[in-house]
Each structure stands twice: as C-alpha cells, then as structure tokens.
Write a protein that binds this ligand. Sequence first.
Ligand code: C5P
Length: 309
Amino acid sequence: MSAVTVRVPAKVNLQLGVGPIRDDGYHDLVNVFHAVSLFDVVTAEPARELEVRVQAAPHSRVDVAGVPVDDGNLAAQAARLVADRLGVEPRVALKIRKAIPVAGGMAGGSADAAAALVACARLWDDREQPVLSRDDLMEIGADLGSDVPFAVLGGTAVGVGRGERLTPALTRGTFHWVFATADGGLSTPAVYGECDRLRLEAGRTAPWPSVSEELMTALATGDAKGLGTALANDLQPAALSLRPALRRTLDAGRDLGAIGALVSGSGPTCAFLAETDEDAADLAHALDGAGVAEQIVRASGPVPGATLV
Ligand code: C5P
C-alpha cells in the first residue's frame, strides 16, 4: 500500500455561544462552524513506526516551530486510535504540511487529526467493505478534541454539547473571507478561562446559548450582509482582553469596508467578511498595507471536510 494524501480545511466560527462551565471543565456551546478554503495537507505513508513530520506548506508563512512531532500531536493520537479500532500496528509516517495558522483559532491541530483519521482509515481499512464509516471517524475524532468531528464533516454545521454533536446547516452560495493572522498563538483553555473570569468579574452568569435565527436565515439565503451583521463570538472579549492589539486589527478591517468582523474561535486570527470576491481582494490588499497583521490570507466557504486527494 502506497501513500495516501488528505486535504483538510480550516474553520471559522460564525457564531460561538458559550454557556456555563460544566462539571467536566468544558462549556456547553452553540457553535456554528464554517469550513474555509485554507488547507493543511497530510500524507500517510507506511513506515516502520509511527512518526510525524511537520513543515509549512509551500508559499505559507505558518510558524511550525511549536508543533509537536510526538504523541502530543493530535494527528499521531488519531493514527493510534484508528490502528486500535482496526487491530493493526500504527506503522505510519505522517507528513503534515501546514497552511492553517498554529494556535490561531482556526482549528489547525484538529484539522490535522481529522486528516490523519481519514488517511489512516484509507491506508488500513478494507476498501470494499470498510469497518469504519465516516460517522465512526467523527466519533473517534470527538475523543481527540471538540473541533475534530467538524473537520471531518466540513461545510457549515451547528455544533452543540462541547461542539462535537453536529447538524449540517443549509447554506446558499459562497462567502468571501479575509483572515488576518497574528504573531504567536493563543491557548484555547486560557481564552475559555479568561471568558469565565470576565463573566465572574462582571457578576454575570453565563446565558444558555441558542442558535441565531438571523444567522441561519442569512446562511440559507446566501445573504452576505445579513451574515456579516449576525456574526458573534462569546470568546471575543476574552481574546481581546488577553491580546488587546487585536482591537486595532478588527477596527482596521471594519474601516476598510468589511461587512463583518470577528475574532475566529479563541483567536488570535481575525476574520473579515466581504460581499464579493472582488471586495475580498480589495480588503485583503488594504489590510496588508495597514500593517495590523502578521499575514493576510483570503479564503472562501463553505468547503468540504477532510478529503482524499
Ligand atoms: O476539546 P478540545 O481539546 O479542543 O478543547 C480544548 C480546551 O478548550 C479544553 O481543555 C477546554 O479548556 C476548552 N473548551 C471548553 N469548552 C468546550 C470546548 C473547549 O471549555 N466546549
């Protein structure tokens, strides 16, 4: 069996409603995920033992220095779980080429895990009568991280629970995005912790989140302006508190014509919506000149989840 290559998208959260903290330390969420055309590529190749290699994708400036190449990498854990389920040894070399920012709030680590799940299943499972379905891979993915099942599924979907219980959402057309990456990542647990702290400080109990009807209508009708208005992220105040410079980035995007602006997930990447592809190109160019980001990247969504290439 030769090498298998899988391409997997980044996500932006169109709505991230964060509820109270649960007994298990997680928060109940309403999480509207949207997969965008910024991809990591994972190649799985038979090897003597499990190994992970990570590099920046060609033309990408992703800093991969902090990405683990041992079992700390979710992709390695994914390979082990698939091997366990299929009763084989995890003898695979995973080569990860990253274009999704590391610790950027775009679920890059989860994306690599999703890609490894799909690639290793393809490598080791029966091709005619597979033991593991796509749903099985999403279930295995949920044990690795709350965002992994969505990276398998792709498109646009509403996640509840930790964000791992997904229902695909109806969308029309393509939405055009510009992403502003930042130097250095933000830790997801730290941002959730800051969200709790800010709420406690303000004497506010966390509201039970519910999905925005305005947002779902905008998605279903392909109404970019409506979507721009409805974008909402409960983690944004926490991300801004930990990284105040992001305020300037968001303001710059709005001033330069974005019809929606928010921190992506736990940040620090900022996401800007444009009405057309041309507007996105203009916005990207202007943001580049404004010097408020490490890198400016354009992408569109929705796109499919982890896909064999
Ligand atoms: O599930 P995952 O490992 O990606 O989550 C990373 C961290 O994000 C968790 O350890 C937790 O601190 C926080 N988290 C949370 N509630 C969620 C999802 C993540 O508090 N629903």
